[in-house]
Design a protein around this ligand. Structure first.
Ligand SMILES: Nc1ncnc2c1ncn2[C@@H]1O[C@H](COP(=O)(O)OP(=O)(O)OP(=O)(O)O)[C@@H](O)[C@H]1O
Length: 228
């Protein structure tokens, strides 16, 4: 079964057709790059997959069903959509603790995800003083709290320093190797090329390329060709 299935999804905002009869599947255990020019409809698609935007037509499913029907949503999917806003006065640990309690997860999950994103040393610092990269790590930690089978990330390397970006690639690779699914929207082709095994490219809300990324193939060339 596909981890994510998008079927003939369409969404307009006024006269703007943001997503236009879009279909694709994301296989389990893969890292899929979700690419397209500015305004192509990537974020709108991700928001529809996550039940945050209602499609005009079509459907999106995670693990076989729509988001709203998931029995255990935090275990099914974790997402980092935009640079998340954190309360500046709360520590990283406090943010995670609030979410953990709300989701009814085990107490040890907080320390576990802090360790996963390498933020243990800053756990008791206020998020207001965090750098962009640290906020990205905290956002990723919130997405990981439920130990989800599917991870959906929008520009996750934004703000990470070179060592952080390297770390993130290793983290996502290891995540997929556990049989989990990663869908990453990004414009940084050189980064994602190193880890993605599948590619979905959309333009004007429609799929212009879907398929595996062969080792050694040039993603930038593929992208420029598909979006010309
Ligand atoms: N809430 C909204 N109201 C009006 N228009 C919207 C809304 N959300 C998205 N749009 C429009 O839909 C289109 C697709 O936007 P979307 O954010 O999905 O693109 P994207 O591929 O994520 O772009 P980027 O790479 O720049 O982040 C754009 O023309 C955008 O202006």
């Amino acid at each position: 079964m596909s981890a994510i299935t998008v079927t003939r999804l369409s969404k307009s905002f006024g006269a703007v057709r943001a997503v236009d009869d879009l279909s694709f599947t994301v296989g389990p255990g893969t890292i899929t790059a979700f690419l397209g020019p500015n305004g192509a409809g990537k974020t709108t698609t991700l928001r529809m997959i996550l039940g945050l935007v209602t499609p005009d037509s079509g459907s999106a499913a995670i693990g076989g069903g729509p988001y709203r029907d998931l029995v255990d949503p935090v275990a099914a999917v974790g997402a980092v959509l935009e640079a998340a806003a954190f309360h500046p006065g709360l520590t990283a640990r406090a943010h995670l603790e609030i979410l953990r309690t709300a989701a009814g997860l085990a107490p040890e999950r907080v320390d576990h995800v802090l360790d996963q994103v390498d933020l243990t040393g800053a756990a008791d610092r206020r998020a207001g003083g965090f750098s962009l990269g640290m906020r990205q790590r905290l956002a990723l930690a919130t997405a990981l709290l439920g130990d989800p089978a599917v991870l959906i990330l929008d520009e996750p390397a934004n703000g990470l320093d070179p060592a952080g970006a390297h770390w993130l690639r290793g983290f996502l690779r290891a995540y997929a190797l556990q049989g989990r699914t990663v869908l990453v929207s990004t414009h940084v082709l050189a980064e994602i090329q190193q880890i993605a095994d599948h590619v979905i490219i959309i333009s004007d809300g429609r799929a212009v390329f879907t398929g595996p990324l062969a080792p050694g193939s040039d993603l930038e060339e593929l992208y420029l060709e598909a979006t010309r």
